[in-house]
Ligand binder design. Structure first.
Ligand SMILES: Nc1ncnc2c1ncn2[C@@H]1O[C@H](COP(=O)(O)OP(=O)(O)O)[C@@H](O)[C@H]1O
Ligand SMILES: CC(C)(COP(=O)(O)O)[C@@H](O)C(=O)NCCC(=O)O
Ligand SMILES: [K+]
Length: 279
């Protein structure tokens, strides 16, 4: 079995993948800041022959995790943000400073769709752009839904936005604190994603497919105007592309990859942008 780890600032996600069939056998998540109890929290390492890790947690957490795993598993692969990989040129002045989860998402998005806009809705919402030629432009970082909620200290931290709630009702003024907070942070997030997407496509003169991932991707995707697809395993897709271990991965096929959304025409994006500038 292959154990894939996506260690974020809030949640450390894992999944077990069958090395022969490429099927996902199990998956789970533990709070990154809490002690991991082997067994219930993470899978039995006896069945694991290789581990692939994307981590944005503190270096000490990563080193501790790698040490534990290396004592039990033959192949441990740690993803790093590098100047260039798989046809993508890292747009950061200091490439190693780009969050590894962002780099994994960009690599997976480029392998699937070529140029794309990769949105990761986690502790932070990150929005990255890579052009059809493989040039990563860099990106944007804004607080995630949970962080925005916590920063308000209005006791609404544990009232999540229902991903299946009517998108329209999230546009209405809140009639009680939790609605006012949820509608406010939802609109802050989706307005930023829509505007940033339109501005970059307009400036670069290219309409890019948008791929969303992260724990809040389904909520944010409801308010995204442009054609898009949610790919929960997009960060894992970057691990598969960087460290292909199964036949399917070596053929460039990534688990759970969605059909690539055909972007709206550039003129339509520009018209929408012009209209939003009028308001
Ligand atoms: N099971 C869950 N437990 C906690 N938060 C969750 C869960 N599922 C989705 N979420 C939402 O997803 C966010 C964490 O998403 P994730 O992409 O895992 O963050 P990160 O990668 O920054 O750790 C939380 O802030 C919360 O809004
Ligand atoms: C921006 C992030 C905190 C997002 O991490 P996440 O929300 O997935 O926990 C992470 O990508 C990160 O630590 N980046 C390093 C700084 C940068 O990307 O510029
Ligand atoms: K994330």
């Amino acid at each position: 079995m292959i154990l894939d780890l996506d260690i974020g600032n809030t949640l450390s996600k894992w999944r077990l993948k069958d090395a022969d069939s490429s099927e996902i056998r199990s998956r789970g998540a533990v709070w990154t800041r809490e002690e991991w109890k082997p067994g219930s929290d993470i899978p039995d390492l006896d069945v694991v022959e290789a581990v692939r890790i994307s981590s944005v947690a503190r270096q000490a957490v990563l080193e501790q995790t790698v040490r534990l795993l290396q004592s039990r598993v033959r192949g441990v692969h740690v993803a790093r943000s590098v100047p260039e990989a798989l046809g993508v040129v890292n747009g950061y002045e200091e490439p190693h400073r780009l969050g590894v989860d962002r780099w994994m998402g960009v690599l997976a998005g480029y392998q699937l769709a070529g140029g794309c806009c990769a949105v990761d809705c986690g502790s932070a919402i990150t929005i990255d752009f890579v052009l059809p030629g493989g040039r990563h432009l860099g990106g944007y970082i804004l607080p995630g839904l949970r962080l925005m909620k916590e920063s308000l200290k209005l006791g609404t931290r544990n009232v999540a936005i229902d991903p299946d709630s009517e998108a329209e009702e999230l546009l209405l003024p809140g009639k009680r604190t939790v609605e006012a907070v949820n509608h406010g942070i939802y609109l802050a997030a989706v307005s930023a994603v829509n505007r940033i997407y339109a501005e970059v496509c307009d400036r670069e003169g290219v309409a890019l497919p948008m791929l969303l991932t992260g724990g809040d991707a389904r909520v944010v995707a409801r308010g995204v105007h442009s054609p898009h697809a949610v790919w929960p395993d997009m960060v894992y897709g970057g691990l598969e592309a960087c460290f292909p271990l199964t036949a399917a991965e070596r053929a460039g096929r990534m688990s759970g990859a969605p059909r690539v959304p055909a972007p709206a025409g550039l003129e339509k994006i520009r018209a929408g942008l012009a209209f939003s500038m009028l308001l």
